[in-house]
Design a binder for this molecule. Structure first.
Ligand code: SF4
Length: 372
């Protein structure tokens, strides 16, 4: 698998364990289990093997989940040490559920430079609609702990929020107002997606909850509230104070190579030949398996890469640069005419928040215009 990477990739480490399933969750995750230690043993051996091959620090790294806070402090530290074997990445993010903050050892912040706290909502109403696996008290407690630790260690703090716009029982505007009061460096504001067979999407199907699909004004209002507080809207769901954009995600949206390790992780290897590499959704099987066994690589055609690149770029405020596209895919792109999208100095980009709302549509038009 590692031979597919021509240059050192960013690193994503997946921890698919959660204490309890949230009702909206359609991701693969499993309850905390006794095979978490062998799972981490294998992860650490894969990270170390990659470090020995690349012999340089990973440009950025991200420990995500599930909830990495389910790991024992020693297991968590072993992963951080392995990631930093060749030196510190420019950014090392760890995702954490608020109720797990109390278990995170302070020494972890010798490694972590960015903490992403999955608060999702700051109201009883919102947490209850989402069927979130942490209570309001735990969520606020985790936030307070994170703020104290930030003061001591100086890491960058992201808060993940879910916007339940148009849903009865949601309280997005109040939640956002409270979240902004914590003055985090970054806020990721995701829309509630009702997909797969999550218990919450079944509730909506049965009419237990209702949603007004035509509520883009509500979303625009939330985005503007963030901008008013000084957050730059640099990707459809991402808002950063100056100098606090997420470097790991920027590489991802630029379709740069990243190595995803763990069960249910995905990698993209970019080069003369490009691949999407996936590992099965089987945490127990991963824990038992040999290092680097079970990953499945699928070659990516240039058209598939170009399509993915356009989709990613047009979700960002930086947009799609003609020169970068030409250098990468050897073709002159055709920029379609789409409302609220501008073409200036060879860059096709969303014009403000209205343009951001239309990023996916613009990507579709771009793909049609370029026969992708
Ligand atoms: S913490 Fe995240 S991954 Fe785990 S159940 Fe909740 S939404 Fe799913």
């Amino acid at each position: 698998m590692l031979e597919a990477f021509e240059n050192i990739p960013s690193l994503y480490v997946h921890i698919p364990f959660c204490k309890r399933k949230c009702r909206y969750c359609a991701f693969y995750s499993v309850p905390c289990a006794d095979f978490m230690e062998p799972y981490v043993d294998r992860l650490v051996s894969e990270i170390r093997r990659a470090s020995r091959l690349f012999r340089k620090p990973f440009p950025t790294a991200y420990i995500g989940g599930g909830n990495p806070g389910c790991l024992s402090p020693s297991a968590f530290m072993r992963i951080c040490e392995a990631i930093c074997e060749n030196g510190r990445p420019q950014e090392l993010t760890a995702e954490m559920n608020p109720e797990s903050m109390k278990d995170l050892p302070g020494s972890a912040f010798d490694y972590i430079s960015r903490l992403s706290l999955g608060i999702q909502s700051l109201s009883e109403q919102g947490l209850s609609l989402l069927g979130r696996n942490s209570s309001l008290e735990e969520t606020q407690g985790g936030l307070e702990t994170a703020l104290k630790l930030r003061e001591k260690y100086g890491f960058s703090l992201n808060l993940d929020l879910i916007c339940c716009r148009g849903c009865d029982g949601g309280s997005s505007a109040e939640d956002l107002e409270k979240a902004m009061g914590y003055e985090s460096d970054h806020i990721s504001l995701y829309e509630l997606t009702l997909e797969g067979h999550s218990p919450l999407s079944r509730d909506f199907e049965k009419g237990i909850h209702k949603r007004d699909e035509d509520s883009s004004d509500e979303l625009l209002g939330l985005w503007r509230a963030l901008e008013k507080r000084g957050y730059e809207h640099y990707e459809v769901s991402s808002f950063a104070l100056e100098g606090r954009r997420c470097l790991h995600n920027l590489r991802y949206w630029n379709l740069e190579s990243y190595l995803g390790l763990g069960s249910a992780a995905a990698s993209t290897a970019q080069g003369r030949s490009s691949y999407r590499i996936e590992s099965p959704c089987d945490a127990a099987g991963y824990a038992e398996g040999e290092a680097f066994s079970g990953y499945i690589a699928t070659p990516l055609t240039k058209a598939e890469e170009a399509e993915e690149y356009a989709i990613m770029r047009l979700r960002t405020s930086d947009g799609l640069d003609l020169g970068a596209y030409r250098d990468r895919f050897g073709k002159e792109p055709v920029f379609p005419k789409v409302g609220h999208m501008s073409i200036e100095n060879g860059v096709f980009r969303p014009e403000g928040d209205e343009g951001m709302l239309l990023g996916d549509f613009a990507a579709l038009e771009f793909c049609l215009a370029n026969s992708l």
